[in-house]
Design a protein around this ligand. Sequence first.
Ligand SMILES: Nc1nc2c(ncn2[C@@H]2O[C@H](COP(=O)(O)OP(=O)(O)OP(=O)(O)O)[C@@H](O)[C@H]2O)c(=O)[nH]1
Length: 748
Amino acid sequence: MALVAHIDSGKTTLTESILYKSSYLVASGSVDTGSTTTDFLPAERERGITIQSASIPVQWKPWLFNLIDTPGHADFGMEVESASRVVDGAVVLIDSVEGVEAQTKGVWRQLERYGVPTRMMFLNKLDRPGASFRSSLLSLLTHRFHPNPMALTLPIASFEPSNYAHAEPGIQGIVDLVKWEVWRWDKDDQGTRHPLPRELSKLQDSDIFPSGHPLVSHLPVARTQLLENLSMFSEELMDKLLTMDSESSSYLDLDASHILPHLRKCTLENKILPVVCGSAIRNIGTETLMNYVGELFASPLDVPRDDSKNAPLRMLAWKVGWDKRKGWMTYVRVYSGSLKKQSVILNSTRNQKEKVSKLLLLYASEAEEVDELPFGSVGVILGLKYTRTGDTLVSPGAPLSAQSTMMNIVPPPAVISSSIIPNSHSDLKPVQEALESLSRTDPSVRVDMQEGQILVHGLGALHLEIVEGRLRDEWQAQFEFGKRRVSYREGLGPLNVNDGAMDTVEIAGTSASVSFDIRTLDESEVGNPLWDGNIVLNKQGKPIDSPESNSTTPESCIAAGIFSALSNSPHTSLPMTRVHIQIKDFFKPSNLSILTGAAAMVLRKRLQNAESGPVMEPYFTFRVTVPEDALGQVVKDLTEHGAELQDLADSSASPEGGEFGGYPEEGNYIPPTWISPSAASTSLKGSKASPRLKRSIQAVAPLSQMLDYNSRLRALSGGHGQFEMTNAGFRVVSEARKTEILREIGRA
Ligand SMILES: Nc1nc2c(ncn2[C@@H]2O[C@H](COP(=O)(O)OP(=O)(O)OP(=O)(O)O)[C@@H](O)[C@H]2O)c(=O)[nH]1
């Protein structure tokens, strides 16, 4: 199970709270004092952000979870990508002051891409002034997360009725609408549980809510709506409700045991999106969340796979780490069979045998050595030398059918690069080795040589900063970092040559022949705008994912040549993207290894003969929040830097459901605004222009124009502006901009 969300939504804080509640920690740590369990890299503790995802086994009641805390910053998106590939469930956190944010959508897309079977939303930070349960729930509809978000719990802002009238912010308790109980936190972080009466009259007289408390009359309405909405997806529940009298009982006497099986089925079938709430920092709502994760999420047994405990061993390496003392650490999820220590396994992606030395279960930075990793577990293998993220591992004797590789984990595109200059000649080799090791632990870091210079490519400016720090701290490399440069791409230009002709080249006296079909990818084949790459197919039309380090078949040798030629266009030396190539035919030479060079030469010649293609540059979506009085200046600066404005909003305005493009509110229970009274107080502010009122702007801009945006925004807003950015994909540039780019890279 993974916790995923936009940066700063509280994932690490919630992880601490879960560990604390599951008795793993004596007292929960804090990101604000740098004492958390999962953020253990020095850079994570210094900055209070998660950079690498950490996996911890957690025993919660009868359930055993592997909890993965992932980074929220888009620059570390590779970690979410890998986690999404291996989990059966994800809890998506939302900061209830902000609602759905840019990266919430980013991680949601990643969960969808890998088909994570079960998901739940946790509306966090309800203790904060300005938090709104209603607006956050509505933002799930407006942003089209799910047509049926279903609130299973509601926040109790206060047990004192008059606080609702005076718009006192906060959260003191939670109502569980399914289990029909109230959780109450007085001062400490231990909540007490109180079952609610099953009869309306008793509910009104109960001593849980003092008389006049607005929730007393609202809760039966909320439960009735929840059950009626759920019954739309379950005939059995509907039949049951029809036999009950909703007027007199409001379905209050229906026990949770009659509701949970329907909730679980609808969650597994993705018909509803369960929503719970709380405040991670105060340990409010953690237990209810974990109970629902246990009760509703898919277990490895629910997910339809033909694998099982007794099937042959099959694992996916979802992350590779490096530790000074332990060496290479390969994080795996065991999909079938079980793995014993001191055994030999086969990396079926690379066709390479590997020796397992030790097996570990990790508790963030602490490790426990075990003899076996059973089916369903997430653990670490020590001793593997060749395995990389995304590789499939099986037992060497496994039947061929079990050796097929699983869906690969594809790193998001690199958009920024920097040159690395070793301090002296003797530092060159250690720097290269450090880079090789680092890119093995983080496949979203790519390294190449261009005109004698080492270039390191990453997902954003912060990513490169972390790379720089890790090279120095973890590998003690001695180097200087050059100027950061945006990464550009070239597409395929019109082809001039006779398509598909067999080209023969001679290398070292041996001749080899290859032919390809080449074309530009269609829009429909690109699919996700963030996708960046080429499609290479073998003769039978099967995709070849990435160049293998030690190619053994003629076609993998040819593919290695294709990838090498595409990494560097003959026109601009930029990497080529969105090219579709199929190997059409080849003549196998006596020496296989020359096929790689031959394929690269043939392809390069074809590309040279083609006209030069469109140049593309990375665009980012910027969400900028500034005081009203700085708005004009900030907008002007954005437009001057080539940004396209998408949205201007009063940042305190709550998104209304049913907005253009959103899912309709009908058929959903949407609580009233007063449920979180602090939100009511915020919306009373009105929209009169005031220098304190914050406004937010959303714009899409070329990254190249925004590298110094941090300092620019500081100057424009007197230090009161904030922004966040997410990758919006590569876009084709105008002819004028192409000339500028070619000049910048020294090709004009
Ligand atoms: N008021 C309030 N603050 C919270 C809550 N949960 C987390 N925070 C604070 O929000 C900030 C971010 O919390 P983190 O737990 O680091 O968030 P994160 O989502 O793990 O952040 P990244 O991993 O960097 O994406 C910290 O200052 C926390 O103390 C909450 O429930 N209420």
